[in-house]
Design a protein around this ligand. Sequence first.
Ligand SMILES: C[S@@+](CC[C@H](N)C(=O)[O-])C[C@H]1O[C@@H](n2cnc3c(N)ncnc32)[C@H](O)[C@@H]1O
Length: 197
Amino acid sequence: MVADPLLSMVHPLTDKVVVDLGIGTGCLAFRAMELCPPRILIGVDFSSAGLCVSRSISKHTRFRNMHIELVRADLERLPISNSSVDVVLSQATINLLPDKAAAMREIARISKPGARIAISDAFRTTKAADDESWEQCIGGTVTVSEFTAFASSAGLIITGQIDLTQQVRMLVSSKKWDWPEFIEHNMDYRGFLLLRG
Ligand SMILES: C[S@@+](CC[C@H](N)C(=O)[O-])C[C@H]1O[C@@H](n2cnc3c(N)ncnc32)[C@H](O)[C@@H]1O
C-alpha cells in the first residue's frame, strides 16, 4: 500500500542499477522486481536475520534469472563505488540511523549524476520531544524541514513528494502494520523523490 506509490516515483527501473537501503525482509525490493525488474538490484542491511529472509526469497523461481546482490553493511558507510547507482530506494529506515547527514552524503556519493532517489519514512509533526522516552522507530524521526536540510547539504534536490499518512494510519488501524506509536505521536508518513544534481 505504501511501496507502490514510492516506486511509481522512480518507474521504470529497466536497465538500471538499483540499491535498496535497509532492505530488511525485502518487501519494497521484491515489489520493485515484480513491477519492473532492474538490471541489478543491490539490497543493503546490517541485520543478518533480515538478509537471510531476503536471500531465501531471492531464490524463488519468480526471481531466479534476476541479478540480486545482498550486502551486509552499515548505511552510514556503504561498500559501493562512487557514482555507480541509477536509483536509490529506502523505506522506513532513515529514521533509525543515528547520523542521517552521513547517510545522505553516502547516498549522494554512490549516486550517478541525475540518479533518482525515492525515500519514504515517518516524520515528526512537532519538534523533538525533550524527554527522550519515545519508542524505537519514532525516537529517531525528524521533521520534513530537518530532512530537507540534510538532503540539500548532501547535494540532493527534492523534486517530488507524496503524503502517505492516511494510508499508514489505515494499515495501523487495521492491524496490518504493528506501529501504534505512529498514530499516538501524530506522525506524518511521506515519500520523497530526490535528484542527484
Ligand atoms: C523498519 S525496517 C524496514 C525494512 C524494509 N525497508 C521495509 O520497508 O520493510 C528497517 C531496516 O533498516 C535496517 N537498518 C537500520 N539501521 C541500519 C544501519 N545503520 N545500517 C544498515 N541497516 C540498517 C534494519 O536492520 C531493518 O532491516
